[in-house]
Design a protein around this ligand. Structure first.
Ligand SMILES: Cc1ncc(COP(=O)(O)O)c(C=O)c1O
Ligand SMILES: N[C@H](C=O)CCC(=O)O
Length: 433
């Protein structure tokens, strides 16, 4: 079924380290070679082996409108005719920035960069410049890209491959990242009591989605807002995954919390490399050329990515697909959970808007320590069973899956039926892998 992908992987490994350009793609934690994709449209991926998959990875989040959305294609095609990059200002950058400022109460000024990693790195530098403090508090299992200081206790691929704290991050940097378990009010209080006057910022995924989806406990985000204000530290919401995911805004919009800085990525680039950090005028004005905190980028605000972003945000605003996406996700998740109970599979789930993760634990995980209790043999069986049936879920327990507006009732029904077949197999054979 995957012969051509296997061949391509061998070829790729000759020229690209590990055969991949981002580690999770290697499928290592599910014990098979990766699938090579040649084309994507709507809810589907088409592989080099001529297999079709229902796509629940969604490029790890950007494709909320499905793959290769026609409106985005047309906007991008038109933009291409005018040149790809100028290293100069464009009218379209203003249009995208305006849309973001209008959607987020906490953002008065924006700065566009190319990736979430860059946006995180720059916003932490900004927080340090603003507060004149050195330490940053992050949560174990949250992932904020591969900036050195954030590869400490990191989720996503770093957790998948068992290196939550990366080699090569020197102690002098790692020591400025303070760690707490997600949802642990007491640990955060204690760290602020001990180090509060040194903490430049707290960075958090307001819905964690890089240890699989993990939801904040009631009032956890509000508590972070209050304690950071009390100690005059900045609060950074990393909404790279959650931005424009559940509403035309972020988790901060739903929870009515104003972080000091916000990071957006994925959806705002419509599938092209674009991310942003933003906040109020006082803090953002410290960025060069207004202020002394430096940050720059050859391709920042790239005109093609900006057009894709504008097209995506306009479609989200005009069609308001959020209720339907949430409903579809609830149908998918709750029916699969019902079947898991019927077939006695120890399983739980966490979901938020259109993203979800199944865990192979009886209890819903609320932090990283609980996530790692998920049974990886069951995860692997579930993943491989789905893949065999033409369903492409995230190839790691530490990732979220995503529904898009392109997924149909039939896709969802097909996925539910596939889950039932897998559960039957698991019940009869117990563990296959
Ligand atoms: C919450 C979060 N922050 C930051 C990043 C880093 O973004 P990028 O991969 O664009 O560098 C990611 C994803 O990779 C993410 O999920
Ligand atoms: N979980 C990561 C971002 O959200 C996945 C992207 C990657 O590592 O390839």
């Amino acid at each position: 079924m995957f012969e051509e992908s296997k061949r391509l992987f061998l070829e790729a490994k000759k020229y690209i380290v590990g055969g991949v350009n981002s580690p999770v793609r290697a499928f290592k934690s599910v014990g098979i070679d990766p699938i090579f994709i040649k084309k994507a449209k709507g809810a589907y991926l088409y592989s080099e082996d001529s297999n079709t998959f229902i796509d629940y990875v969604s490029s790890f989040g950007p494709n909320i409108l499905g793959n290769a959305n026609n409106t985005i294609i047309n906007k991008v095609k038109a933009a291409l005719e005018n040149g790809f990059t100028y290293g100069a200002c464009t009218k379209a950058e203003i249009e995208l920035a305006k849309r973001i400022v209008e959607a987020f109460d906490s953002i008065e000024l924006t700065r566009f960069v190319n990736s979430g990693t860059e946006a995180v790195m720059s916003s932490i530098r900004l927080a340090r410049g603003f507060t004149q403090r050195e330490n940053c508090l992050k949560f174990i299992g949250c992932y904020h890209g591969h900036y050195d200081g954030m590869l400490v206790g990191a989720g996503s691929g770093a957790a998948t491959f068992g290196v939550p704290t990366s080699k090569g991050v020197i102690e002098d940097i790692a020591k400025h990242t303070l760690l707490c378990e997600y949802n642990d009010f007491d640990a955060v209080k204690k760290i602020f009591q001990d180090y509060g006057h040194t903490i430049a910022c707290v960075i958090v995924e307001p819905i964690a989605a890089n240890m699989g989806v993990v939801l904040p406990k009631p009032n956890f985000l509000k508590f972070l807002r209050e304690i950071t204000q009390q100690y005059e530290s900045l609060l950074i919401f990393d909404e790279v995954i959650t931005g424009f995911r559940a509403c035309y805004g972020g988790v901060q919009t739903l929870e009515n919390i104003k972080p000091d800085l916000t990071i957006l990525g994925k959806i705002i680039g419509g599938g092209f490399p674009l991310a942003m950090y933003g906040g109020n005028r006082e803090i953002m004005s410290l960025i060069s050329p207004e202020g002394p905190v430096y940050q720059a980028g050859t391709l920042s605000g790239n005109p093609i990515a900006v057009q894709a972003g504008i097209a995506t945000l306009d479609m989200l605003k005009n069609t308001n697909p959020y209720e339907q996406l949430k409903l579809n996700t609830q149908i998918l998740v709750s029916r699969i959970m019902g079947l898991a109970r019927t077939y006695d599979i120890p399983m739980s789930e966490n979901s938020f808007a259109s993203c979800f993760t199944f865990f192979f634990t009886e209890e819903k995980p609320t932090n990283y320590t609980e996530v790692v209790k998920s049974n990886d043999r069951l995860f692997k069986n579930f993943f491989l069973g789905m893949l065999k049936r033409g369903i492409y879920f995230a190839p790691s327990q530490f990732e979220a899956n995503f529904l898009s507006t392109a997924h149909t009732k039939n896709d969802i029904e097909y996925t539910i039926n596939a889950a039932e077949e897998i559960f039957k197999e698991l019940q009869n054979a117990k563990f296959i892998v």
